[in-house]
Design a protein around this ligand. Structure first.
Ligand SMILES: *Cc1c(COP(=O)(O)O)cnc(C)c1O
Length: 674
């Protein structure tokens, strides 16, 4: 995995611990855990407001309409969905959240436009690449209609979606990405059926294609140019801008395009300036610099004779994944209103100076619209813990190294815990090497290791009380952490945690009125050592463990009623804010397929309705993706059982059972069913 980011929030180093208020000063009597403690620990109001919070039962609640009322108990919802045979991992989409995000984006631009007396309008588009799922795009078109909200396509297949689904009369259809003649032809022809397609030129060749196709078809297109700004983005997608960026035209190329269009008497078709400096821009200063530079290019283009009407600021509007409100890569140091204000104010100033009419402002916010609407809920299958027992006293009959370890254990105190850690580590290493040379028996080595873990546990208990953690003890929490086995594939459901170390808020969705006494990391179902999550949001920096609850053993009666179930009570975690990019980037590593998904909408009476159910992939489906024919597979296995029958290696009953399981499995979900 990639190493931990070197950016730090507030320049402060986290001790990877809960805020000190949680452990008190170590002397005052411990008060009972409350849901407020969970709120602070998991920072839910930081990243979840106004959609996610915790109720008195200690469950996560979802308020899909934000501040406008109505909420659901997420834990109860999951239980109800399970009764409908919708098993975990389960992606729950809240279409009301999608609508609320869209409304908010339009509202902040409306407010900024009023505040600055801006003479133009805002007309946003949703970039289809962010989440192409049909129900979601259908919802967006519907929710966006009152605002003439449009779509942005970045490829030919996305253009196919946009052309077929967008039917809002005044909405824009922005055509980005690399284009061939067919793409351009289709976009131009679509104007005849009332689509407001705008072809954004990203390459110089596209200018020639557009001119030729316009002549051939006798239809005048609306054209834009994508500028490579010199303003650099920030963080992960910082290289989307600048002269060597992958997309767009440099200023000399833009001038060339202008001259080509002028020569073809098409300069009146050039009406839009577009830029996109990267996703998840965490600093408002970067957004300001970019819009300032773009505004100047815009007015210059108008001065050159282009019929400029639109300024398209691209995407980049960030999400506060960790709720820290900083310019950390998983956060952002501005509100969505600041964003709209700065854009509107800068464009107005530049146009007023030159006495130009204000352009229609377009933004292509994907992440900011789609991230909040889905929640992935998954269950924990079991844990692997470091076992710590109170050690038996040692005496002279034991090996010296063991006596030393025991003495170290007994000596641990607030005064010497750092030194004790070094001693314990050194003695343990010596024990390992003595074992290697045959001077220590297996039993003795095991005793040494147990003593070592007992020392670590005792030192960790002290470390957790400290405000400052010495560097060399920072890893102790990680070393001692439990592994929680999660019924999901990181590669399918949260690929960016693996690919680019992205952070998503992850927390239990119930038991939040109980203290989470364990520290864990998550391991997924894949047989890949990268299939894990060991970076979690924190107020400062990133933490490497997540506070979790111990699994509760099932009591005898419920175990009986649940004969093939696991031996612990269900424990559900939620991964939040994953609605942008994760679904389509997810892959079939180890053949774990798409998860079950449901679309939930609040009803006016305060309940909810399951609008759509999209069943996850079956084994048969994922095998089909890699060209296996299920009938062939079954036939092969049948033949093998026949052979074994003949050789009397299997009974008829066993063969039948095996074939039945095999065929049954093929029609089933790829994840484990506890
Ligand atoms: C990806 C992309 C977007 C969406 O960016 P977000 O940061 O998700 O808002 C917008 N425009 C273009 C051209 C893009 O490539």
């Amino acid at each position: 995995m990639v190493s931990k980011p070197n950016m730090q929030k507030d320049g402060v180093r986290s001790n990877g611990q809960r805020p000190s208020s949680f452990h008190g000063d170590g002397f005052s009597p411990k008060r009972a855990w409350s849901i407020e403690d969970s709120e602070e620990l998991y920072r839910i109001s930081g990243w979840g407001d106004p959609y996610f919070s915790i109720n008195a039962a200690g469950h996560v609640t979802v308020s899909p309409r934000g501040d406008r009322g109505g909420s659901l108990d997420l834990y109860e919802l999951v239980k109800a969905l399970k009764l409908r045979n919708l098993h975990l991992p389960l992606l729950i989409r809240f279409s009301d959240i999608l609508q609320d995000r869209l409304e908010r984006l339009n509202a902040v631009f409306a407010k900024a436009i009023a505040r600055y007396n801006y003479n133009g309008i805002y007309r946003g588009v949703f970039p289809v690449k962010c989440n192409q799922q049909r129900h979601l795009i259908e919802d967006l078109v519907r929710f966006g209609a009152p605002h003439q909200f449009g779509l942005e396509a970045g490829s030919k297949p996305e253009l196919m979606i946009a052309l077929a689904l967008l039917d809002t009369p005044e909405a824009l259809l922005i055509c980005n990405g690399y284009k061939d003649r067919e793409y351009i032809q289709t976009a131009i022809l679509a104007r005849r059926m009332g689509q407001n397609t705008i072809i954004v030129l990203e390459q110089l060749e596209e200018v020639d294609y557009v001119i030729e196709e316009c002549r051939r078809l006798g239809i005048r297109p609306v054209v834009g140019v994508r500028a490579k700004l010199s303003t650099k983005g920030i963080g992960r997608w910082g290289t989307s801008a600048g002269d060597r960026a992958k997309f767009g035209l440099t200023l000399p190329e833009i001038l060339q395009a202008v001259e080509k269009l002028r020569a073809a008497e098409m300069l009146d078709c050039l009406q839009l300036l577009h830029y996109h400096i990267g996703s998840q821009i965490s600093a408002i200063s970067v957004i300001k610099n970019a819009i300032r530079e773009a505004s100047q290019i815009y007015v210059e283009l108008a001065q050159l004779g282009a019929a400029m009407q639109y300024l398209d600021v691209g995407g980049g509007l960030g999400i506060d994944y960790d709720g820290s409100k900083t310019n950390f890569y998983a956060s952002k140091n501005y509100s969505i209103q600041n964003y709209a204000n700065d854009i509107v104010a800068e464009v107005k100033e530049a146009c007023d100076e030159r006495n130009l009419p204000a352009p229609t402002l377009i933004s292509e916010s994907g992440r900011a619209i789609a991230a909040h609407q889905s929640v992935l809920v998954f269950d924990i299958l079991g844990t692997s813990d470091v076992t710590v027992e109170i050690p038996e006293p040692s005496d002279e009959s034991e090996h010296l190294i063991i006596q030393n370890l025991y003495e170290t254990y007994c000596s641990i105190s607030v005064e010497n815990y750092q030194e004790a850690f070094h001693d314990a580590t050194q003695f343990k290493e010596e024990a390992v090497s003595l074992f290697g040379f045959g001077y220590l028996s297996l039993t003795e080595r095991v005793r040494a290791e147990r003593l070592y873990w007992a020392c670590c546990a005792s030192i960790l208990a002290i470390v957790r009380q400290q405000d400052y953690v010495p560097d060399d003890l920072e890893d102790l929490e990680k070393i001692m952490a439990s592994i929680y086995y999660a019924n999901l594939s990181v590669f399918q459901s949260a690929p960016d945690t693996w690919a680019i170390d992205q952070l998503f808020p992850i927390m239990p969705i119930h038991r939040l009125d109980e203290e989470p006494t364990q520290r864990g990391t998550l391991a997924d179902l894949t047989c890949d050592s990268d299939g894990k999550i060991n970076q979690f949001i924190d107020l400062r920096d990133v933490k490497h463990i997540l506070e979790l609850h111990a699994l509760k053993p099932l009591n005898a009666s419920s175990a009986q009623s649940n004969s093939n179930a696991s031996n612990h009570e269900p424990y559900y975690l939620g991964l939040f804010l994953g609605g942008a990019y994760q679904e389509i980037m997810g892959n079939l590593h180890n053949l774990f397929g798409a998860t079950n998904a449901v679309h939930i909408q609040l009803t006016p009476k305060g309940g909810y309705r399951i609008e759509h159910v999209v069943k996850g992939d079956t084994m048969q489906a994922v095998l089909g993706y890699v060209q296996y024919d299920v009938e062939d597979l079954v036939e092969n296995v049948r033949r093998k059982t026949e052979q074994a029958l003949q050789e009397r290696k299997i009974t008829l009953d066993e063969a039948q059972q095996l074939l039945q399981n095999y065929e049954h499995s093929l029609s089933r979900y790829t994840y484990l069913s506890p």
